[in-house]
Design a protein around this ligand. Structure first.
Ligand code: HSE
Length: 307
């Protein structure tokens, strides 16, 4: 029986102003996905998982696999065994990670030699059954590793950006109730039209943020990790974001953002402030009556085949 296992890491999308275009792969957790060819002559996908839906159409790995088989006209049946190391619906790119691992394993099984951008495109089908819901930031980060920009205007283009080593990252995962179809709902509140003023503010944020990460200039990150379009409403829905962000910054964080569609948050600081910022975050969540896990994370590697 032909079988391949791939390992793919968690990620935080958006980083403030980079909605659907910027994401950081990190080692908060990883998924291990094993794809096995179980039969020939009839296309089909079976999901084996204790934690995720087993109907392929409701599972990101299942949707990505269905698209892979359809796209390459492969009439085999495959089983996909998912070992989840990334908490579900946490805003940490769990669905994208499983899709990225699935497409990478299928690529290896069928010897397609897909480019990274082709893998991102196919993995993006895992994120949503609908074009409106499809976003490529998490899958791009899981495939390339590190900090990634992705563009999806007609075709996928992605680029990994090297981050100056002095920046450290912290994730806070609050233990709050997750509404069903959380990402879909958090996307449905996004404005379809924006003012010129907000567009200009977000564009300068994006440019400051990237330049800051590359050059090692924390002041640019402080300026850039600010979103004026998507976070205000999402932050209002989460309820705790503004208070925790302010507490982290008071404790020495350079920047903070909602990780993807939440509920997790991502913080940036330098080494000397890591402990203080983690304490500031925990204390603020505690004062709000919300328990949370707070963890320092490092940049994650791109998806890999387990040998
Ligand atoms: N960019 C997407 C969003 C990421 O914020 O809706 C979801 O994980």
């Amino acid at each position: 029986m032909e079988r391949i296992t791939a390992i793919s890491y968690s990620s935080s999308a958006n980083l403030g102003p980079g909605f659907d275009t910027l994401a950081l792969c990190h080692d908060f957790g990883y998924d291990r996905v094993t794809v096995t060819v179980t039969g020939n002559g009839k296309s089909g996908v079976r999901i084996i998982s204790n934690d995720t839906p087993t109907s392929p159409g409701l599972n990101s790995a299942g949707r990505a696999a269905q698209e892979f088989l359809r796209n390459f006209r492969i009439s085999d049946s495959v089983s996909i065994e998912i070992e989840k190391g990334i908490p579900l619906s946490s805003g940490l790119g769990g669905s994208g990670s499983s899709s990225a691992a699935t497409v990478t394993a299928l690529d290896q099984l069928y010897g397609m030699n897909l480019t990274k951008d082709e893998k991102i495109m196919l993995s993006g089908y895992g994120e949503s059954g609908s074009i409106e819901g499809r976003h490529y930031d998490n899958v791009a980060a899981s495939i390339l590793g590190g900090l990634v920009i992705v563009g999806s205007n007609g075709r996928i283009r992605s680029k990994r950006i090297e981050i100056s080593p002095e920046f450290k990252f912290i994730i806070a995962l609050p233990h709050v109730q997750i509404v069903p179809s959380k990402t879909e709902k958090m996307r449905s509140i996004i404005p379809n039209a924006i003012t010129r003023e907000k567009h200009i503010m977000n564009t300068s944020s994006f440019a400051f943020l990237l330049t800051g990460f590359q050059s090692g200039d924390g002041e640019l990150i402080r300026l850039g990790m600010n979103d004026f379009i998507f976070e205000p409403e999402r932050g209002r829905i989460l309820g705790y974001y503004d208070a925790v962000r302010a507490a982290a910054i008071k404790s020495g964080a350079i920047g903070a953002c909602i990780s993807g569609a939440g509920p997790s948050l991502l913080f940036v600081c330098t080494q000397e402030y890591v402990e203080k910022v983690m304490i500031g975050i925990k204390e603020k969540f505690h004062s709000l009556g919300i328990s949370c896990s707070v963890k320092e994370v490092k940049q994650g590697p791109g998806v890999r085949i387990e040998l």
